[in-house]
Design a protein around this ligand. Structure first.
Ligand SMILES: O=C(O)CCC(=O)C(=O)O
Length: 269
């Protein structure tokens, strides 16, 4: 899939682009089956809420490892994701910084405080904020079920002061300081609720200010994320206490665009 000049200009202006029905229902069904399968394994790459409910499943895009899935391997490389990511980052040599599925279960699934992804990734040693993430909705994402909110155009601003929040949820998060965030909200365009149905995809910039609320709905809100980084922008130096490979991948080999766009094709031998 090739973005038009108008789409690239829109990404540059707003910091995100939406793609309705980028994946068909059978494709989403297949990804969900695979995610349900890998989320049963016992692995550090699976993060739980304090209640014990699933929060995040990492690293399903590689050919090996306990959470590996051929559907996610293909999703990372599909031209529907990879080509637009190459275009907005202006670089054909991209690798997956991390792949994760945020489960946000019905009733139990909790908040992601306001943050910028690069607010974490700078601490991982990534030299420049030239990264982008594709999200695909696997369920209905609504305000009730804890959809994301974006502040349009916020990727144009600075990397904001953040603190490591270790109390709000089970997973430590670099969150934007409260005082700063209140000022940002008072002086920015209204946050946009990123609602949509299964198969909707959204590409967003790593400085986009975003967050999401609790899932109050009676159904899960599964989202899958592929974060793309140019190989030349890999963490350098790698910090002494680097986060594990499932969250900050050390496989910097550029992904190859494939002719086949099928998520059912097996991982090559
Ligand atoms: O899945 C969500 O609701 C938010 C996830 C998020 O913002 C992140 O992982 O950086």
């Amino acid at each position: 899939m090739q973005l038009t000049d108008a789409q690239i200009a829109q990404f540059d202006r707003d910091g995100f682009l939406r793609f309705e029905n980028l994946f068909s229902s059978p494709e989403i069904g297949h990804i969900k089956e695979e995610l349900a399968r890998v989320s049963q394994v016992d692995s550090d790459a699976i993060i739980r809420e304090r209640t014990g409910a699933l929060r995040t499943v990492y690293r399903s895009h590689e050919p090996d490892g306990p959470t590996a899935s051929s559907a996610f391997y293909r999703l990372a490389r599909t031209p529907r994701f990879l080509r637009p990511a190459q275009q907005v980052l202006g670089d054909d040599e991209l690798y997956i910084y991390h792949c994760k599925a945020n489960i946000k279960p019905a009733i139990d699934g909790t908040v992601w405080l306001w943050h910028q992804d690069y607010g974490y990734w700078q601490h991982d040693g990534v030299p420049t904020p030239n990264m982008a993430t594709f999200l695909v909705m696997l369920d209905d994402a609504s305000e009730m079920s804890g959809c994301l909110y974006f502040i349009p155009g916020s990727h144009k601003g600075p990397v904001l002061p953040a603190y490591k929040d270790e109390t709000t949820t089970s997973y430590p998060q670099w969150a934007i300081e409260k005082k700063t965030m209140i000022e940002v909200l008072a002086n920015s365009p209204k946050p946009v609720a990123i609602e949509g149905g299964p198969g909707t995809a959204v590409l967003f910039h790593c400085k986009m200010i975003h967050g999401s609320g609790h899932n109050l709905a009676g159904h899960d809100r599964w989202h899958c994320y592929m974060a793309y980084n140019p190989s030349k922008n890999r963490p350098n130096p790698i910090p002494k206490n680097a986060r594990p490979d499932y969250v900050v991948s050390q496989n910097y080999a550029p992904l190859q665009l494939t002719e086949s766009d099928s998520l059912r094709e097996p991982v090559p031998a």
